[in-house]
Design a protein around this ligand. Structure first.
Ligand code: ZN
Length: 434
């Protein structure tokens, strides 16, 4: 249960040597965990119908579900049609500003935020204090798994204001008991320098600036500083299948899972969500170990989403993990919008980046590249990459060879001067038109 007022924000301290942040939930026997999910799912269905929440009620009606009790097992979820981001956008446009999918409206909420809008008009998320508590508890499990502990200094450069990610991350770190060293995203060299100077004064124990690291390295080199002042960051839980599943987005469930570092993948916080890899043609789950659409139903929170299809790739593993957590694990395979269909190969944009990282000439002080959106699938993949100094023709050849080797496609690589591609303080735009 969430803590009540105890004279402090956040949870009671726990033994730093214990294996899990929340041992009860994280090691619950599968049978009990699945029974808890069904109980919470039924409560969610009843609440969608009694509130009512028209967008969700319509999906339930399409499945012939008239009460939570109609769901006899978790398998029955497959009958409920999925909801995609465009449904939320359409709902907000038809019934502005909130749409018809909120369980709790603005007067019951304390925080709003929107996504970065990299995939079209952003939708607005509304969170109650309970929703924030669910996120903070979930984040704490992940920080604990990483081996982080209260008392450490954690730094990050997440954007703020209307984008909800920065305040969510900052709040979760404070709740956990870390010292939150929040610097601005390095949108300009001046902002990057401000952060770098602080890290040379106050050394963080943990760095979460992965999305902006290249920018910081670039500006540190310009200033002649001895590195960024940041500790190294090792992403655990990834293997040849992909990245560990960690998030279902700010609009759905920001801290939906995290890797334990024992066996690969990310543990799913199943008491707070049902995460499925779904075949969009049938609505049913694909076999374990194969890719499907990431479909999430959030549980035990106020503003829930039911069968929300994030249009991203996910792969679920159900075999037990060596760490002792009983939850399923999952891999994240990227957003479908970032997949490229070229010369009969289908791959994620991030795989182009992994290929280019094999070419040392283009990775110092940071790798800066863009891929031109393919128009003709048979044409060479067009890539532009910056080179600080060295031979342009030989570097282009090396990049072409690395892409051919990793992806099996023919590329046309244009080597451009340093600082000629656009910079971004957070997630850089790597897929461009023309
Ligand atoms: Zn594990």
């Amino acid at each position: 249960m969430p803590p009540t007022y105890t004279g402090q924000l956040g949870p009671e301290p726990r033994d730093p040597d214990q294996a899990f942040w929340d041992p009860e939930m994280q090691t619950m026997p599968r049978e009990r965990l699945e029974a808890l999910q069904l109980e919470r799912l039924r409560a969610l269905v009843d609440r969608a119908l009694s509130t009512p929440v028209p967008l969700v009620a319509a999906k339930l009606a399409a499945a012939g579900v008239t009460a939570g009790a109609d769901l006899s097992s978790l398998d029955d979820l497959a009958s409920i049609p999925t909801t995609v981001k465009q449904d939320l956008r359409d709902s907000e446009a038809a019934d502005p500003p909130w749409g018809t999918y909120r369980f709790v409206g603005p007067s019951g909420c304390v925080r709003m935020g929107q996504s970065t809008g990299t995939t079209g008009t952003p939708t607005v998320a509304l969170l109650t204090r309970r929703d924030i508590w669910v996120e903070y508890e979930s984040a704490a499990r992940t920080w604990w798994r990483n081996g982080w502990r209260p008392g450490q200094i954690v730094t990050h450069a997440h954007p703020a204001y209307l984008y909800g990610g920065g305040v969510m991350l900052s709040g979760s770190l404070e709740y956990f008991g870390a010292l939150n060293l929040w610097v601005a995203p390095p949108d300009t060299d001046e902002l990057a320098e401000q952060a770098l100077r602080m890290w040379h004064r106050v050394r963080p124990d943990v760095s979460m600036v992965a999305f902006s690291l290249g920018r910081f390295q670039e500006v540190a080199a310009k200033l002649g500083l001895d590195g960024t002042g940041l500790p190294g960051f090792e992403l655990r839980g990834a293997d040849e299948r992909g990245l560990p599943f960690m998030t279902a987005g700010f609009e759905c469930y920001a801290y939906a899972g995290g890797p334990c570092g024992v066996d690969p993948g990310g543990h799913v916080h199943e008491d707070f969500a049902i995460v499925q890899a779904v075949d969009p043609r049938t609505g049913r789950e694909v076999p374990d170990g194969t890719w499907g659409n990431l479909v999430v139903t959030t549980l035990d929170r106020d503003n829930a989403l039911v069968r929300y299809d994030l249009e991203e790739a996910v792969l679920v593993l159900r075999e037990p993990c060596g760490c002792g957590e009983t939850s399923i694990r999952a891999f994240w395979g990227g957003r479908f919008k970032d997949f490229l269909d070229v010369q009969g190969r289908y791959f994620n944009l991030s795989e182009v980046e992994r290929a280019l990282r094999k070419v040392p000439a283009v990775t110092t002080p940071s790798l800066e590249y863009v891929v031109v959106k393919p128009v003709d699938p048979d044409a060479p993949l067009r890539v532009r990459v910056e080179l600080a100094d060295g031979d342009a023709a030989a570097t282009a050849d090396a990049c072409r060879a690395a892409i051919a080797d990793k992806l099996g496609v023919l590329a046309e690589v244009e080597v451009v001067e340093r600082a000629s591609l656009a910079r971004s303080g957070y997630k850089a735009v790597r897929l461009v038109d023309g």
